[in-house]
Design a protein around this ligand. Sequence first.
Ligand SMILES: Cc1ncc(C[n+]2csc(CCOP(=O)(O)OP(=O)(O)O)c2C)c(N)n1
Ligand SMILES: [Mg+2]
Length: 889
Amino acid sequence: MPPGASDYSLVNSLEGVIEAALKNCGPEQAGLLRHDLIARLRSAGRAAAQPVNTPYVNTIPPAAEPHYPGNRDLERRIKSLARWNAMAMVVNAQREGAEVGGHISSYASMATLYEVAYNHFFRGGDQEWPADLVYFQGHTAPGNYARAFLEYRLEERDLHNFRRELAEGGGLSSYPHPYLMPDFWQFPTVSMGLGPILSIYQARFVRYLKARGLLKTEQEPRVWAFVGDGECDEPETLGALTLAVREGLDNLTWVVNCNLQRLDGPVRGNGKIIQELEGIFHGAGWNVIKVIWGSSWDELFARDEWGLLQKRMDEALDGDFQKYTVAPGSYIRRHFFGKYPGLLRLVDHLSDDDLTRLVRGGHDPVKVYAAYKAAVEHQGGPTAILAKTVKGYGLGEAGEGRNISHQQKKMNEKELREFRARFDVPISDEDIVDTPFFRPAKTSRETKYLLERRRKLGGFVPKREVKAAPLRTPRLEAFQELLKGSGAGEASTTKSFVRLLSVLARDPEIGRLIVPIIPDEARTFGIDPLFSQIGIYSSKGQLYEPVDKEAGFSFYRETEDGQILEEGITEAGAMASFVATGTAYATHGVNLIPFYIYYSMFGPQRVGDLLWLAGDSRAKGFLLGATSGRTTLNGEGLQHQDGHSPLYASTVPTLYVYDPAFAYEVAAIICDGMKRMFEDGEEIFYYLCLYNEGYPQPPMPPGCADGIIKGLYKLKPGPGGKTHRAHLLGSGSIIRSALRAQEILAARYDVSADVWSATSYKNLRNEALLAERWNLLHPAQPARKPYVRQLLETETGPFVAVSDYMKIIPDQIAKWVPGGLTTLGTDGFGRSETRANLRRFFENDAECVVLAVLHALAQRGAISRDLVAQAIRDLNIDPEKNFPKIAAF
Ligand SMILES: Cc1ncc(C[n+]2csc(CCOP(=O)(O)OP(=O)(O)O)c2C)c(N)n1
Ligand SMILES: [Mg+2]
């Protein structure tokens, strides 16, 4: 329908308003104008959606681009050498019989995005300002190594040993791993999605440190994250975007490398990933800067009077754009420009070759510089730069824009020559097949330039340095409350831990350095009194009056310098905070002690990859899996009853796993852990199972501290004067089954059973494995005896272990237990039931422990089988009872 006169006048007046707004309003007021307009339309009953997308064009118009401050020619040469060396590393690693692989294409698309940052933005930590914290995209590591080589931080031998870490003299790890390269990498990123979420929580953590006066300098570090467009498929990548806005994190910059491809093929062949991401980031409230087209497009857009170029840009799909990367210029002319005759005329003056040289924005330093500058100058919130690039840029037929690009690791001679020619790499014809590394001399203009740039920006990046001064952590005596027992009163290990935490928070030396982290549930664990004691961190303070203000000591107190990180219901977010806090000793030069307490079932099972990453990051601190145990958590059932966290936790090499039964054990483990990590500087962390079952807490028996730490000690010897002997190993609350079984065995079956507290099967096993390995390799020397064997070898009678976890956990030590080990545990899905019924169902209650002991005695011929059969009746155990299904057979 043709527009009517009134429509024209509306359009004209709207244009007038827009003109006036452009002239008179700042960006914020312009935003308000849009807001008001939408509000008016809505109130008039018109559906007016908040626009989240802008046209498919650079956010920063050419006229607003700043002057490029660097030497473009030298920077291009440096970048070309980084490209060459990165490619050569992978090709060499793949070629020399080792076939250890690597990735060429991701860095090839990222090179300009990195180099502009290396030359103009990343701040190093050698000056009075703090170093930027950069989450490099994991698969681009060859590019970072190549850069470090050009900076004379790495040598040819290092590059040669890329992915050959066991080679003589060491090598370079495939991806960013602080565990493997602790002086170089700060942040592991290669598990897609984890780098992005960590960067958000890191940026928020910087604010937390600042608010609490724990940052070393007035200035705060900028956090950068380099993210793949395919990586944005991961829920972790995009899951915490709103936090960054809520917290006004203008110290955070994301660079999303939109090369339109992931591993198998296009990210959104039938759509437009940049537009999709823009909508998501805008919707969350981020500042979004799109860098789509390089400078060579500027004049075309300037002449695009009818908007045809824009129209074609907006309608072409990512699958089309990928095709234009690999197709000849004639195809681009026909398919892209040829769709509209007017558009075709726009490129009359360009040859087909020219058309293939119209670069994407992410490969144009001018556009990238403009975006970075705008991002770091943006205030009030985080910025996402969506940069369009070509995967495998410069690889030509060897992989540029191809679907196989991600896994391309080889280049033939012709491809190498083309690569050399395209980037002017000074390698001779004779040498090229060997893909030698190339580095200009220290006195060359290139090296001088790049070193000078780094010097001006404050030194090298990435760099990991441990500068935190060791703490003086409290000795065990400080926790008298936990050591002296609860008398007749009852307490759970969770409650005991909370007591310990509030004692610690008051400690004059380290109280300030304790960081409790909770993803909701503080009330479940009884931590809420800490709310008012040390406050919940909130960048805004408390702008409302909390409903429970009158409740006195436990009201919900949010404050600007609060100490508690209350993350809400995000275990991934809380783990990200745990990692940020637990690595602050290296990233921020301050030793902080995180205590992350959570619903145990939503620990490693939910965020296992982040747990693994914490180990890689050399994180320190304590993870407290509360409400744990398959039968101790009564009522909650299949989804909540955790019978396997310690097993998952055991898989992380630097994670110490403890299952304490009593308050004093909790105190001894945490006290020792704090000393090891924060006084002695060990880069390890701890997992403790905490339970919610209340019982009288005994005082700490003398002489058991060492055994608690090692993982096993004799808790309560059986009575004298009995015919038979046995040993019961228990951990956590379920140790009470062992203690009650001890009484039944003595009173009714003439058995004296010692009860042992097994605080850490993982420790016992690892120590034994090390002793065995030593014996294997040193056959002529006196054999070493594992601790668990030393402890148990003189004992007589059968051993029975009882656990509230899967049987495989105590089974870890079976091999070193004299006569073997019978294990009672909780394999299978949980049920909603009472503790007593659950324990009978899973067969780890006291009666079942007694039965296991009697059975073991009968097997040894010490008692008759009839007696065992009689005991089954006496103990009221139904031999045909229901049993949890433990496997699919
Ligand atoms: C959690 C996880 N899943 C799978 C992978 C394997 N993987 C490595 S790179 C990659 C594709 C990455 O694509 P994109 O994020 O677009 O990065 P690009 O290489 O294109 O820059 C995949 C699937 C991984 N590293 N992490
Ligand atoms: Mg990609």
